[in-house]
Every structure is written in C-alpha cells, then in structure tokens.
Write a protein that binds this ligand. Sequence first.
Ligand code: HEM
Length: 411
Amino acid sequence: MTQENLESIDIVDPDLYVQRGYPHEEWALLRSKAPVFYYQRPGVRPFWAITKHADIITISRQPELFRSSQYLFVTVEQEGAPPDDMVFLRQLLNMNPPEHALYRGVVNRRFTPRAVQRLSTQVEQVTTEVIQKIVDRTECDFVTEVAAKLPLAVIAEMFGIPRSDWELMFRLSNSMIAPSDPEFAGSETIEETLERARMEFFQYFSQLVEDRRREPRDDIASTLANGTINGDPLPQFELLSYFALLIIAGNETTRNAISGGLYALIEHQDQFALLKANPQLMVKSAVEEILRWTSPVVQFTRIATADTELRGQTIREGDVVAMFYPSANRDEEVFDDPDRFDIRRDPNPHLAFGMGEHYCLGANLARLELQAMFRLLAERLDSVELAAPIQRMRSNFVGGIKHMPIRYRIK
Ligand code: HEM
C-alpha cells in the first residue's frame, strides 16, 4: 500500500469488516504516514482517525478536553439509521466528569479485583458446563455454542437473571450492537431494530428493578435498583440504560475475545502447542496476547471541547476524534514484531480495555473469564481446526466472529 492510497483507504465501511476483518494494512499506513488523519468521505461524518498508541493515551487521559457524547463511534450514514444526536441510552460511556464518576461509583465495588476473584469458582463451573455440552461431538459452531455462552451466563448470573431469560438477553444485546446485521435485524430498518430491542430491554429491567426494590438480594440488579446519586435514586432512564450497558458490554466483547483467541490459536498451531504444554504458566500472558491480538472494541470517539494540537495537526473545537484500539495494539513503536502472535509476550501494554476515565469497568471480569476458558481449552482440546470458513459480524465498532465451525478432539 502506498501513500496515494491515503485519500481512498476505507477504515469505516462495515461491509469491509465482514469481508476482510480488521483493516490492519490501512491502519499501519496511517500510523506511519498520517497518525492523526482527517478522514473525509461521502456518507461519513468527518473525523480525525487516531491510530497510535501514545495518542490514544493522550486523548483518553484528558476527558475534559476530549469529551464523550452520544456519538459513540463513527459509522456510515445508512437509510433508517438513527440521527447522531439521538439519545438512545444515557450511560457511563456517554457521560463526563464529574457526573461520570458518580454513576460509575454505583456499581464499581462489584467489579474490583477482589469482588471478581470471589466469582472464580462460579466462572470455572460455568466454563466446564459450557464445554461439557460439546464433548460428545467432533464438530460445533464455537461462537454460538461456546464463546457466546460463557460471558452471557456470567453477567446474567451476576445480575440474578433466571436461566430461562438468558436467550432473550443474548438476542437483544445482539440487536443493539449490530442492528444492521441481517441475521439480527430481519426485515426492519436499523432504527426499528434498535428501538424494539431497547423497549424489550427496558420492559424487562423495569420489572427486575421493582422486584429488587421489594426484595433486595446480593446481586447487581439490587445494587443498581437501590443505588443512589448524591442521595437520590437513579432517574429511571439512566437506571434502565445502566442495565442495558452492563449486559451488552459484558456479552459482546468477551465473546469475541474468546472466539478470536481460539481462531488465533488455530492459525498459529505452534502457539497452541506451547499453551497446551504449560497451561498454568502460559495462560495469563496468553490471555493478554489474545486481548492485544483480537482487540474486540474497534473504536470509541470523543469530541474536542477546544482547539488543540496533536502531532502538529490542529484539531478544532467540535471535531470528532476516533481512537482505533486494534491499531494502537499493533503499534511498532510499542510492540516488537507487532504482527506476530506470541503468547509469551511480556510486557504487553495493550489498550484493548481503553485507558483513563472510561477504562473498561469489566476488565477484571473479562480476564477471569478468558483465563478460565483458555485454561480448560488448553487442558482438554487435543486438536482443533476450522471445519468451514469463519463468518464475521457486520460491525466496525465491535469486531467479531459470528460463526466459527470447528472440528476437534477433546477429552
Ligand atoms: C474482552 C472483553 C472486553 C473488552 C475488550 C472491553 C473493552 C472496553 C473498552 C475499549 C472500553 C472503553 C474504554 C475507554 O473509553 O477508555 C470499555 C468500557 C466499558 N466496559 Fe468493557 N470490555 C470488555 C469486557 C467488559 C465486561 C465483561 C464488562 C462487564 C460488565 C464491561 C463493561 C464495560 C463498561 C461498563 C464500560 C464503560 C466504562 C466507563 O465509561 O466508565 N466490559 N470496555
């Protein structure tokens, strides 16, 4: 790829993400030629593409200068898509200081390393249960039968949602994260899909809130339902948005790290053998490398609140910046041989969970789930390969694999 391509490269079109996966070549070009690049294309609201590790840190650490808004990620204008400024949910990711920290404080204690560690037995049990369902066979769809099950089970369990409703949570969170994917949208427009999913979520959570206000339990639903901001209960819209955020954020991302992680091990059988030879020792660094390699969140945006300079470019007040985490995680200035998947990599300062004010609330939980899953897979999978090509999700926001048929031998 050459410099002339800069004006024509595409890092936004969700169809490209379906066909080719992440545009790593394009990001590499941007990092080397135009790391703070003003991206202007028909049908896309112009934005600054931020592709370097250091610049994502700089922006994320200044939440007053680079504010979060309703416009969470850059996308293409599509028929039926909601307008950029539509208030769809009001949750942590679109809040700013000082309000943001007050809201984050409501559930923070449920996600500390110590609180999460207490869930480890439960997470291991669920992982074993999930794997148990595929042991009698030699082929399965790893995404729908394994990777999707674990994060959903864990977050639903933390919320105190009964098993009979887990499938509903899965369907609704899929519709919200990839409303334009034909598999989730059916014949509706994007706006209709989103609106229906939000309404169903809100109805469900309203009931849960009522229930937990009457009879609090030791679960996140009770913490939220009875939580306060400056002494007052959370307003209903913010409260229900919070439920939706945690269910969606907990589901989509971890699932994609699990399926993307196994895909990487299938493509790098030497690394799979290494992990199998020493699962206990390798699993931690392997999980960090899987996070770096898969980077399930493609981008988040911020809006500049004043004119400012970054690498000699003037970003104007009101401009959108989009931070591409998978690009930062292949930054050759930070990672040796960044295009090599190396489960021994250490140190591994990847930005898969972001940085600063909005650093992923569920990072400890996601790590626990990934460690449980890859420890078990390393111990029990004797061999694994693709049974058919993978199918990717139609999203430039959360990059994921929708289906991954595998053939395997398992103990
Ligand atoms: C591999 C799995 C995951 C990845 C890659 C991931 C990635 C991210 C990223 C990139 C951000 C934004 C950070 C920023 O703007 O600086 C974020 C925020 C967030 N994540 Fe995760 N996440 C994962 C799992 C989870 C899980 C399991 C939960 C649990 C409920 C969760 C809940 C959240 C929440 C609530 C936020 C918003 C935090 C805030 O705005 O203060 N995530 N995540």
